[in-house]
Ligand binder design. Structure first.
Ligand SMILES: NC(=O)c1ccc[n+]([C@@H]2O[C@H](COP(=O)([O-])OP(=O)(O)OC[C@H]3O[C@@H](n4cnc5c(N)ncnc54)[C@H](O)[C@@H]3O)[C@@H](O)[C@H]2O)c1
Length: 348
């Protein structure tokens, strides 16, 4: 088992990564005093792992209550959050009780937001079950839900008290979902530098290695800039485009990682159009994305339709558009005031 400590000014916590470690939850995160836990999950994950998870955590808590939400991004809403609050109140949860999220990024984000806001914040633990949630959504403390107007528009920064990553969850993950998670690993490789990226290019490694490397990269960035004021913005590589793509297609056509994959290719093209991006980057990134069957072009809608969504994205400051652009592997920066003509030119 690997342990990564997320070192923050307050609330440092451990991420445990291993094979078949779900059963070790209580040993890894012992409760100091008797307390209740709310297990937040969805119907799909509950059927696959509900019983084993409850058996695993039961002994560590005086009572385990479950909140099983419907499956899907469209349930990452304030309505689901309210359901969570109601369950907590009905079961008399106090500030010393906790929440355990078992699921993909949707559950980690929704359950995390419930934990962050119920009684001004209670403890919570992440047990991410998709590759995307293991390398990205479950760590770093961004928790949010969607509004009809856009993704993640209501949220806060709130760090978990621990993360348990069991790679055995990946055995039941549909191939498309698995590949979607690879987009975030490839993103981490671009941000991190040549060592990580060429390790990915070489291939042939146990899955735990790229997961660990991607988490270490995110930990380093979050440690320096927990609140997204500077460096952390680079983690949004591809995401301004991705959020626009997901909104413009009503979250139906592309999985999050697939939208990030197309978004990273647009970010590279934008960098080329501005004249700052190394000309070898596009092909290297494309080859790697295509190895995991990820889309590299937007299909079925006119890319120009993305433009209005950039102005809703919370990373846009009034009137000007900023994008995260890779210059080369290991050198990714924020560019402010990107001209609409240049952006329009690459959205073909
Ligand atoms: N907070 C952050 O920092 C952050 C970072 C990246 C993404 N996100 C968010 O994460 C969400 C996407 O997460 P996701 O890709 O995990 O999607 P998801 O949570 O919708 O899970 C994908 C699908 O896989 C199913 N599933 C989950 N685990 C499974 C397993 N082990 N076996 C079989 N099926 C399983 C789910 O039920 C779902 O149908 C988005 O809402 C995105 O905004 C948040």
């Amino acid at each position: 088992m690997k342990t990564i400590k997320v070192r923050l000014k307050e609330n440092s916590y451990n991420i445990y990564i291993g094979k078949g470690i779900l059963d070790q939850f209580n040993g890894l995160f012992p409760s100091k005093e008797p307390r209740k836990a709310l297990l937040v999950t969805n119907e799909t994950v509950w059927k696959l792992y509900g019983k084993r998870t409850v058996d695993s955590i039961n002994d560590g808590f005086v009572n385990v209550i479950t909140l099983i939400l419907p499956d899907g991004e469209r349930y990452k809403t304030l309505r689901s959050v309210e359901k969570g609050y109601r369950t907590l109140v009905e079961n008399k949860f106090t500030r010393s009780d906790c929440i355990i999220n078992l699921g993909g990024g949707v559950i980690c984000d929704t359950g995390g937001y419930i934990a962050a806001t119920y009684m001004r914040g209670i403890d919570f633990y992440q047990i991410p079950t998709t590759l995307l949630a293991q390398v990205d959504a479950s760590i770093g403390g961004k928790v949010a839900v969607n509004l009809p107007q856009g993704k993640n528009l209501v949220g806060t920064f709130y760090q978990p008290d621990g993360v348990l990553i069991d790679i055995d969850f990946l055995n039941t993950l549909p191939k498309r979902e698995f590949n979607s998670g690879w987009a975030e690993i490839i993103k981490a490789g671009i941000l991190d530098g040549e060592n990580f990226f060429s390790f990915l290019e070489r291939g042939r490694y146990p899955i735990i290695s790229p997961i660990e490397k991607a988490i270490r990269l995110k930990e380093r960035v979050v440690r320096i800039d927990e609140r997204d004021r500077g460096l952390r913005k680079i983690l949004n590589l591809g995401h301004t485009f991705a959020h626009a793509i997901e909104s413009a297609t009503n979250y139906r056509r592309y999985l999050h990682g697939e939208a990030v994959s197309i978004g990273m290719m647009y970010a590279i093209r934008l960098g080329e159009a501005i004249g700052v991006t190394d000309e070898t980057l596009k092909d290297r990134v494309k080859v790697l994305l295509e190895r995991f069957e990820l889309p590299v072009e937007l299909k079925g809608i006119d890319p120009q339709r993305l433009i209005p969504y950039f102005y809703v994205d919370k990373k846009a400051t009034t009137g000007s558009l900023s994008f995260i652009i890779p210059l080369k592997i290991g050198d990714v920066r924020e560019f402010k005031d990107v001209k609409l003509e240049i952006l329009g030119g690459i959205l073909r």
